[in-house]
Design a protein around this ligand. Structure first.
Ligand code: G4P
Ligand code: NA
Ligand code: NA
Length: 194
């Protein structure tokens, strides 16, 4: 998505060859107009999939997910990150290990918000190792809902997440795909590279 790539080029900062900082429009300060365009793009990409719910994860997935929900006219559920591992039977749960942060968190969604008739679009801000997305897939499956696809704002294609998800037969649509963050520069995957 050209608009997003231009925003990343202009306002993103390459922290090192693995991490892109986008605090000025996505991860801390939020650009509502950009979020609106991202939501519209997701709704167009997944139109015709019969999506009934969007599932994301707090906190940075919420803004683009809500905008997509607005265009698709469906509710948006965000998985909560819980400090406690205590389980109750009203919850769908999964644990997710972040390689970036080297910490494991427990995710939870109240069972009452997903059921076997739901077709779910999973949305997240970044796709790196895919662990967060896989945990969301697991919770959607616990509810006997189906996963219609995964919408990602920024995919770091040089990390394994996208491939892992696609190997599971999941449809992954990423609005920006980063081939490399080497030499302090963002290089996108363009059509002629594929
Ligand atoms: P994974 O889910 O794909 O395996 O990713 P990973 O564990 O590596 O990511 C952990 C957190 O770091 C996630 O946010 C993810 O969005 C974020 N992240 C991963 N790579 C980058 C990057 O290059 N730049 C930025 N800015 N973030 C990255 P989180 O901890 O869930 O935080 P938040 O959603 O509350 O912001
Ligand atoms: Na994040
Ligand atoms: Na995230």
């Amino acid at each position: 998505m050209r608009l997003l790539e231009e925003k990343i080029k202009k306002d993103g900062r390459v922290l090192n060859e693995n991490v892109l900082k986008v605090d000025s429009f996505l991860n801390h300060q939020i650009d509502p107009n950009l979020m609106n365009e991202l939501g519209k793009e997701f709704s167009q990409l997944f139109a015709g999939e019969g999506i009934t719910k969007i599932v994301t994860i707090e906190s940075s997935g919420i803004a683009p997910a809500v905008m997509a929900g607005l265009y698709m006219n469906v509710p948006v559920i965000f998985a909560r990150k819980r400090k406690s591992v205590t389980l109750t039977d009203d919850l769908l749960t999964a644990s997710v290990h972040s390689f970036t942060k080297n910490e494991t968190s427990e995710l939870a969604i109240a069972k009452k918000y997903l059921n076997e008739n739901d077709k779910v679009l999973i949305i997240d801000d970044f796709l790196a190792n895919g662990q967060a997305a896989l945990a969301l897939v697991e919770m959607v499956q616990q509810a006997n809902s189906s996963v219609a696809g995964i919408g990602i704002v920024i995919e770091k294609s040089f990390q394994p997440g996208a491939q892992i998800l696609k190997e599971q037969g999941l449809r992954v649509e990423s609005l920006a795909r980063i081939a490399s963050l080497s030499n302090g520069e963002v290089t996108f995957i363009t059509e002629d590279m594929e």
